[in-house]
Structure formats: C-alpha cells, structure tokens
Design a protein around this ligand. Structure first.
Ligand SMILES: [Zn+2]
Length: 300
C-alpha cells in the first residue's frame, strides 16, 4: 500500500512524504524538512498503529526539502537511509550541501541570511547513508515488488520507486515545477531528458499509470503523465534556444546569460536557475554549438 502525507510549502505548492507499506516492513520516501515534523509524525503514527516497522528511508535526491528530517525519523526508528551515491556527500554533510547547491557560483550569488534560512536551516542533523541505489534494484517489503528507477538530471543522481503491482511511480523532483516564480531547474540537460524519456516509456508500455511526486498534484492517468512529461521536454528545448539566441556574435558572461534568460521567461533570477543555465552552457560547449573564452560564451 502507498500512503501520501502532504502540507502546503508555499503558494499552491505542496511538500509530501510517502510511505510504501508491505506485510513485513515499510519504507518512507523522502523526509521533507525541518518545520514538517507533524506531517512526518502522521506517517510514523500510521506505521505504529499497524505494527509495521520502518525499515528504510529512501531519499529520492539530496535536496534539503527531501532529506531534512532523516535524522529526526532515524532517531525514532531503526530505519536505514537509502539514496543515490551521488547524494551521499550532501546527505552526510549539510554545510557542504548548502555550499555546493546554493553557493556554487560565489562571484555571482553571495551567501545571505535569506538563503541560509531557506536551505541550510531546513536541514536537520547529518545522517549516514547506509545503502546506495542507482536504478534497477528491487525491494521486497512483503507482498509486492518495488523497483528503483534512475531519474537523474534535476540533480546528478536521483531515483524514483516503481511499485509494480500498483503501476505507480513515486518520484521526487524529476517533473520539475514549471509555474514557480523562479526556475526549479536541472543540472544536466541531457540526463534530465533521458529521465523524462524513461518515464514516457514506462507509461507507453503500460507499466506506469499513476505518478506521484513530492510537489505536484497526483497524476492519475497515462495521458496526464505524458502531457506533464512533454511540457518539460519542451521547456528544456525552449531554454536551450533562448540561450543560443543571446550570444550570436558578442560573447556574454554566465551572469549576463542567466539574467537575460530569467528576464525573458519572467523568472526571478536565483541560484537554481543559475546552475541550470551553466549546465546548458557546458553542454552546448561540449557538443560544439558554443565556445567559451575567458569565462564568456559565444554561439557558433
Ligand atoms: Zn530537488
């Protein structure tokens, strides 16, 4: 059985944690963040009522709003922490997580109390990752099969869980928010598109008919999921085109391209979008569509 627990995050965006409960044990998918203890407690209370132990905390990815209460949950259970190996450093070291996630370009975005409050202060105590998964592993909680699916791209290493019996895919942030005031973002456009294609194929083959996630409303049928996937595939293409159009002759800095991309799309310039624009620039240079000289980029 799958259970979802939800609270508003901001505006009409939710933050959720999910439980997959088998006959023998249960797994919690993501632990939200500090300030959401009552939501996660609801999940733990359900397990206590049913007398099912929490065996695993599975972090879809190592962003603050998915790992923040790992330590809090672990202090009340004996659950092992499972996550993609890429996220291990971030999960085990919240200061490093904050530095690399938020302050990756310190010349462009400086540390600030507001950023600390949003990201660093929502992560609780560091916890050790016990098990690394990259996709294709299986869990058997009792009565059914749960398969790990590689859904990287929003971060370099992200996983989802496919509850085969229910044809339900439980995801973190691979279906990024498109209607936020800032870019939700991805840091590897190519892998992001590959993961979107993975979801499309799972739906096309009939293996997935429902997709649930940390922030989006439940997607209850194949058409709805495919439309959401297609919207994100188009968004990647649109952002790439926008970047290529900006520097046809004069080379521009990362900062300039990020600000123009934000302005052209009506997004508030912020750190997630900066990392996304930088990842596009690296990829476009790799494939020879742009060149970089002394920190400035030009379309070829
Ligand atoms: Zn995320």
């Amino acid at each position: 059985m799958i259970y979802g627990f939800e609270r508003p995050l901001f505006g009409n965006i939710a933050l959720r944690t999910h439980l997959v409960v088998g006959d023998r044990w249960a797994m919690m998918i993501d632990t939200a963040m500090l300030g959401f203890e009552d939501m996660v407690q609801e999940a733990l209370d359900l397990l206590a009522q049913r007398g099912v132990p929490l065996a695993f905390i599975v972090n879809t990815h190592a962003h603050h709003d998915h790992i923040g209460l790992n330590g809090w949950v672990q202090s009340q259970t004996a659950a092992c922490v499972v996550g993609h190996p890429w996220g291990r450093r971030w999960t085990e070291n919240p200061d490093l997580n904050y530095r690399e996630f938020v302050l990756g370009f310190p010349d462009i975005i400086e540390d600030s109390p507001a950023l600390r409050e949003e990201v660093r202060l929502t992560m609780g105590s560091p916890v050790r990752v016990d098990v690394g998964v990259t996709g294709r592993e299986h869990f058997y909680p009792g009565g059914f099969d749960v398969e790990v699916i590689d859904l990287s791209g929003h971060v370099p290493g992200e996983v989802g869980l496919l509850v085969n019996e229910d044809r339900t895919l439980i995801t973190g942030d691979i279906l990024i928010g498109l209607n936020l005031p800032m870019f939700h973002g991805y840091v590897d456009p190519e892998r992001f598109c590959q993961s979107l294609e993975t979801i499309r194929r799972l739906v096309a083959s009939g293996r997935v008919t429902r997709l649930i996630s940390a922030h989006l409303p439940d997607l209850q049928d194949a058409t709805e999921i495919l439309e959401q996937v297609a919207q994100r595939q188009r968004a990647v293409g649109d952002i790439e085109s926008l970047i290529l159009e900006q520097a046809p002759s004069d080379a521009l800095s990362l900062r300039a391209i990020w600000l123009r991309t934000s302005e052209a799309t009506g997004k508030r310039p912020a750190f997630r979008g900066l990392a996304m624009v930088a990842s596009h620039l690296h990829q476009l240079c790799d494939v020879g569509r742009m060149e970089e000289q002394r920190g400035c980029y030009r379309t070829l």
